[in-house]
Ligand binder design. Structure first.
Ligand code: KG4
Ligand code: ZN
Length: 346
C-alpha cells in the first residue's frame, strides 16, 4: 500500500510517498519533497502565520507533483492520504488538511489524520537503524519539549514536559538576543563552536527537581542580562562564549532529564526527535552518556529532524500496518486541531 503524506503545521510544506507491506517489514520512503519558508519569515524574525498559510497554498500542489514524478507514480497508485491534523498554526494546518481531504474525496480514497509529534517521534523509523519498541522518546522541537514512554505505535505516555518555553524556543530566543537570524537554533550552535561553554554561568532551571520536567524561560532572561552587560559592541569571542554557554545549559538539562526518564522507566532505548535533535552537542553528549549505561540512542536522519512530509506518511503507514484504520472517504468535511496533546492520541 502507498501513503501520500502532507505536512503544513508551521513553516515547512512537506509532501512524501511511503510504501509498506505487512507488519514486520519497515515501510519505505519512495520520495519526498520539502519547501522551507525560513527565508520568507526571516525578515520578521519569526513565523508570520498568515504568510505561512498563503505560502503553503502556493507550494503544496507543485510539491505533490514533484513527489509523484520522483517516485514514478500517479495519484491512482496512492491508497491512503495522510495529513497533519495538529498541533500547529490553524491556518497553515487547514491548507494541508484541505488539500489532503479534497484529494481523497476526488479519488475515493481514505484519509488518515496524523498528530505532528507522532510524526516526529516515529521519524527514526525512516532511518537505516530503526528503533524497536518500547523506548523513551525525547521530543525537542520549536514548540514542544517532552519525554514520553512509547510502548507501541499509538501508545504514548507523557513522563514530563516543559512548564514554559520549549528547548527550540530557548535556542531561538537566545539566538535572537545575540543578533542571529531566525530560526536561531542552528546559527547559535554554529557560533558556539568557537566559544567557551564555561565562560558564562547560566541557570539550569528545574535541574534538581527529581522529575523529568523542564523550564527554559529563566534561561532566556539570564541570556538577556548577559547581552545587556556586554553592551553595544561585544567582541566576536564574547558572543561565541555566550552562545556556547547557552547551548551547554540547554544540552545539560536535556541530557540529565533524559537519563532520569530512562532510569525511572527501566528502558534501555532512547529516541530523540524534533528540530533540536539535529544539535551536534546534544547528540555527542547523549551518545557518550548512553553508551556508558548500555542504552541505545536512535535519531532520525539529520534532514528529517525538522518538519517534513515523510514523517507524516511514515506515521500513517506504521498505524495502517497495525490495523489502526484510516477514515473512509467523506464528502470533504474535516477539522484541524491547533492544540492537541500527544497523550490524547490512541
Ligand atoms: O521540529 P521543528 O522543525 O519544528 C517544530 O515542530 O517546532 O523544530 C524547529 C526547532 C527550531 O527551534 C530550531 O531552532 C531548532 O529546531 N533547531 C536546532 C537545530 N536545528 C534546528 N536547535 C539547535 N541546534 C540545531 N542544530
Ligand atoms: Zn515539528
Amino acid at each position: 500500500m502507498r501513503v501520500l503524506g502532507f505536512e503544513s503545521s508551521c513553516d515547512e510544506t512537506g509532501v512524501a510517498l511511503v510504501e509498506f507491506t505487512e507488519q514486520g517489514c519497515s515501510p519505505k520512503l519512495l520520495a519526498d519533497a520539502l519547501h522551507s519558508q525560513i527565508s520568507m519569515h526571516q525578515a520578521y524574525g519569526g513565523v508570520v502565520p498568515e504568510l505561512a498559510s498563503r505560502d503553503h497554498i502556493r507550494r503544496v500542489i507543485p510539491l505533490t507533483r514533484e513527489v509523484l514524478a520522483r517516485a514514478q507514480a500517479s495519484l491512482a497508485d496512492v491508497d491512503v492520504i495522510a495529513y497533519t491534523q495538529g498541533p500547529g498554526l490553524a491556518g497553515a494546518l487547514l491548507v494541508g488538511a484541505g488539500v489532503a481531504v479534497s484529494l481523497a474525496a476526488a479519488l475515493g480514497k481514505p484519509t488518515m489524520a496524523v498528530h505532528h509529534l507522532e510524526g516526529h517521534l516515529l521519524s527514526p523509523f525512516l532511518s537505516s537503524d530503526p528503533p524497536e519498541f518500547p523506548f523513551v522518546a525525547l521530543l525537542v522541537s520549536g514548540g514542544h519539549t517532552q519525554l514520553m514512554r512509547v510502548d507501541e505505535v499509538g501508545s504514548y505516555e507523557l513522563l514530563g514536559e516543559t512548564i514554559d518555553d520549549a528547548a527550540g524556543e530557548a535556542f531561538d530566543k537566545s539566538a535572537k538576543l545575540l543578533g542571529l537570524p531566525y530560526p536561531g537554533g542552528p546559527h547559535l550552535a554554529k557560533l558556539a563552536e568557537s566559544g567557551n561553554p564555561e565562560a558564562f554561568a547560566l541557570p539550569r532551571p528545574l535541574m534538581h527537581s527529581g522529575k523529568p520536567d523542564f523550564s527554559f524561560a529563566g534561561l532566556k532572561t539570564a541570556v538577556l542580562t548577559q547581552v545587556k552587560r556586554l553592551g553595544d559592541a561585544p567582541t566576536e569571542q564574547q558572543r561565541a562564549d555566550l552562545a556556547a554557554s547557552t547551548q551547554a545549559a540547554i544540552v545539560e538539562v536535556l541530557l540529565k532529564k533524559s537519563l532520569l526518564a530512562l532510569k525511572e522507566s527501566g528502558l534501555k532505548r532512547l529516541v530523540v526527535a524534533g528540530g533540536v535533535g539535529a544539535n551536534r552537542m546534544l547528540r555527542e553528549q547523549l551518545n557518550a552518556a548512553c553508551a556508558k549505561r548500555g542504552i541505545r540512542v536512535h535519531y532520525p536522519e539529520l534532514s528529517l529532524c525538522t518538519d517534513n512530509g515523510a514523517m507524516i506518511a511514515m506515521a500513517a503507514a506504521l498505524r495502517l500496518q497495525r490495523g489502526i484504520g484510516a477514515t473512509a472517504p467523506s464528502g470533504g468535511g474535516f477539522e484541524v486541531r491547533p492544540r492537541w496533546a500527544l497523550g490524547e492520541v490512541s
